[in-house]
Design a protein around this ligand. Sequence first.
Ligand code: ATP
Ligand code: MG
Length: 490
Amino acid sequence: MMLKRLKRLLTGGARGDGAAATQPLPRVEADAAGSASVPLPASTPRAEPTLDRTAIDADAARIVSRLTRQGHTAYFVGGCVRDLLLRRRPKDFDIATSATPRQVKDLFRNCRVIGRRFKLAHVYFRNEALAGGEKIIEVSTFRSFVPGSEDSADLLITRDNVFGTPEEDARRRDFTVNGLFYDPESGRVIDHVGGLPDLDRRLLRTIGDPDIRLREDPVRILRAIKFAARLDFAIDEGVMAAMQRHRREISRCAPPRTLEEVLRVFRSGAALPAFALLGESRVLEVLLPEIDAALTVHAGLVPAYQGVLSEFDRRVQAGEELAASVIVASLSLPLLPWQANPHGGGQDLMGAMAETIDPILERLRVPRRDAEQVRQILLSIRKLVPGYRAKRFSRATLAQRPYFPLLLQAFSIHCRAQRTWVETLNAWEDLRTRTPVVEDPRTPRGGPRRGGRAPAASTDAASERTASGDEGRRRGRRRRRRRPAGGESA
Ligand code: ATP
Ligand code: MG
């Protein structure tokens, strides 16, 4: 079957130690109450894990220290602890504390309490090196969660969380390797969930029963794929089976959260192995059935996707940002009648767009502005292909269009992925450097950015958002616009 072949092709050579990653790892059971059967009591000094303290953000360390001096418990938590233990550079430093958001606010002048129902604190620091000029450190209060709604058969989290103990806070997190605390005062890692042995084994496992934990919040299925690919971890067999079983429940999550997590998969720097996992978990089938079906029918598309995904990874690893529209357009391009007739527009192209691309944009609920950019890119990209001619077409005019940088990025991804038209690409890139930037009046300028993390993303706040929650909806809201993106008539 094509997906199997795709998986083989995509995994082979995609990761440094692909062979090791695909070797079956011993399955580790976790009981339904959520306690892992490989416990590592916090007090056990067995091979005390070490992490590089110099890699800890100094501002974050000061926050923990001040909270502790005021008599609160405060730890680093989640991704930063995981990454420090793996000797990776954390994207951001999240703190969990016994102090309430109000108490945190009273301690830090540069602090804002966010969230409507479940509140957490953001502490701001000036950092000129970051886009937006500031860094945000998220400080959340330990909490437990009240699972399920009144209907106990429905596990989707729809209720608010409540403050809790550190152990409860660890247990409500998604994966064991994301449930670790680090206490900088004592230099100890605190593991209530069996995260340390899983880090050693490079194994991604839910905290507790995967059937329950994935149904509570099906976005965790996408997070599992992102983390496993990015960290080069194996997914526990039982977790993978649960991912397959519950993949259709992803559609129950708030669409902006799902889209955000899908984009994070492709921006993970490991989109190629992630795509193989999307295939293996059969999530591709529900998320992007058009691509799934095309890959099953056309063997020739396998290298096309392999090329595009490797290009995403190369760029992300080099620090390039990939706009949502560029990602969606690049994934859609191989579905269009493009190879056969790269200059072709007209009915064929419009028909294929309506039949194949519009359903993708609708299913992923791509915000209107990004969806217009996707269409713009897919309709205009043929104009960049060598030999394109049309009445009144001017390269210089095209290069001045506000959407041109995104169009060129998508073209560049295509050219480099397929190793084609490289000279033409260079010529367009030259033209771009010589063309004054025309600001898109609709592009917001330098809004605040969370320190070193994706725009508009909140880390621990993610788990606060209920699966159908309004937090995601608010963040994903569309900007109101008066005019559709200006169409370039050739
Ligand atoms: P990254 O390096 O991508 O930021 P991360 O582990 O920090 O990875 P975030 O999305 O930033 O992930 O979330 C921070 C922490 O919040 C996670 O480590 C996890 O403990 C918890 N978390 C986030 N989302 C969820 C969720 N959907 N369900 C349960 N816990 C979650
Ligand atoms: Mg994070």
